[in-house]
Design a protein around this ligand. Structure first.
Ligand SMILES: CC(C)(COP(=O)(O)OP(=O)(O)OC[C@H]1O[C@@H](n2cnc3c(N)ncnc32)[C@H](O)[C@@H]1OP(=O)(O)O)[C@@H](O)C(=O)NCCC(=O)NCCS
Length: 174
């Protein structure tokens, strides 16, 4: 299995995300499936694992951060996943034991950095993501980072589960 070329060399921070390796995917699938979010959106852990394996074969980027070799956060995005031209955040996930330590904020900072620097230099970009309306704490997290709800989509991924579409405009600081 081939993985994307790393372009994170210039990103500075406490946690430097690295592309997930094939051996990480089973650990990630187990970690995500062992959560309310994982079980709500994926029928089985195997389905989730297969989706991640397929994603790594195309242009999706699945990034992980580690502390003492243990995965303590994951970011999965598509650079042109929104309207064929803007980054779309497919999933961010922090295991319970690491929540509240700033890993989520740091991964979102990486996403914004990559949107402007990752594949060609851009002055401005827009990042899109969806979050279930039920996931209130996560919506608060995005709100604190400057993401705004721009629409509501009923039953987008699961019947009777409403999703919010959020967006942030990111500008290069000159
Ligand atoms: C949402 C999530 C990514 C946040 O990650 P985290 O590492 O715990 O968040 P951070 O520690 O970086 O927090 C950043 C800020 O968001 C706030 N925040 C984080 N989670 C929050 C919550 N559940 N409720 C309210 N505020 C929250 C923090 O208080 C902090 O605020 P500050 O500006 O006062 O410092 C994490 O809880 C998670 O993985 N949840 C489960 C998976 C999920 O729902 N993913 C999103 C799918 S759309």
């Amino acid at each position: 299995m081939e993985f994307q070329r790393a372009k994170e060399a210039d990103f500075e921070g406490k946690w430097i995300p690295q592309p997930a390796q094939e051996k990480d995917l089973a650990e990630l699938a187990a970690m995500i499936f062992d959560s309310e979010l994982g079980r709500k959106y994926y029928p089985t852990e195997k389905t989730l694992l297969e989706k991640m394996q397929a994603a790594c074969q195309n242009s999706d980027r699945i990034m992980v951060v580690r502390e003492k070799e243990k995965i303590c956060g994951m970011l999965w995005f598509q650079m042109k996943g929104a309207f064929g031209m803007y980054p779309y955040l497919h999933l961010i996930f922090i295991p319970d034991s690491m929540k509240g330590n700033g890993v989520g904020r740091e991964l979102m900072r990486y996403l914004e950095y990559y949107a402007l620097n990752g594949e060609g230099q851009k002055i401005k970009s827009r990042i899109f993501l969806t979050a279930g309306s039920w996931n209130e704490g996560t919506i608060e997290f995005y709100d604190r980072l400057g993401y705004t709800t721009i629409g509501v989509i009923p039953s987008l991924f699961r019947k009777n589960v409403e999703e919010r579409l959020l967006m942030k405009v990111c500008n290069r600081v000159l």
